[in-house]
Design a binder for this molecule. Structure first.
Ligand SMILES: [Cu+2]
Length: 139
């Protein structure tokens, strides 16, 4: 043996590392895909025109991520005047305001800038509660 087979060993090591990396990448992609599919919450978009909500009556399941989308040119807001969770959005003339409705019940929502601009949002309890996760504390 005249020479140490260093270059041969290095080549094998690199080949092994590359194979491992490819395998791990495949596993990661598969896992990520499954996670997204099982945890995506339902979503709903409600538009704010001039001067109305569209639709003005909505029923969603608890946990739904609701996106309020400003489509008109006037300034509006989203204010809960009656309901299990009260909140108000900033006054906006464009963009979106996202809110997740976790508490079931009927929400009376208005734009405080335009009397008569109303929205009734019914949030239903989810059909099944398979997990025993503790409810998230609300402010
Ligand atoms: Cu308004």
């Amino acid at each position: 043996m005249a020479q140490h087979p260093v270059s041969t060993m290095l080549r094998r090591l690199l080949a092994g590392t590359a194979l491992l990396a490819v395998t791990l990448a495949g596993v990661a992609v598969g896992t990520a895909g499954a996670t997204v599919a099982s945890q995506t919450p339902p979503t709903k978009t409600i538009k704010l025109g001039d001067n109305f909500y569209s639709p003005s009556k909505v029923t969603v399941a608890a946990g739904t991520v609701v996106t309020f989308q400003w489509t008109g040119s006037n300034t509006h807001n989203v204010t809960v005047v009656k309901g299990p969770q009260k909140f108000t959005s900033p006054n906006q003339s464009d963009g979106t305001y996202v809110r997740t409705f976790t508490k079931a019940g009927t929400y009376k929502i208005v734009c405080t800038l335009h009397p008569g601009m109303n929205l009734t949002l019914n949030v239903k309890k989810p059909p099944k509660a398979p997990s025993t996760s503790t409810p998230t504390p609300s402010s």
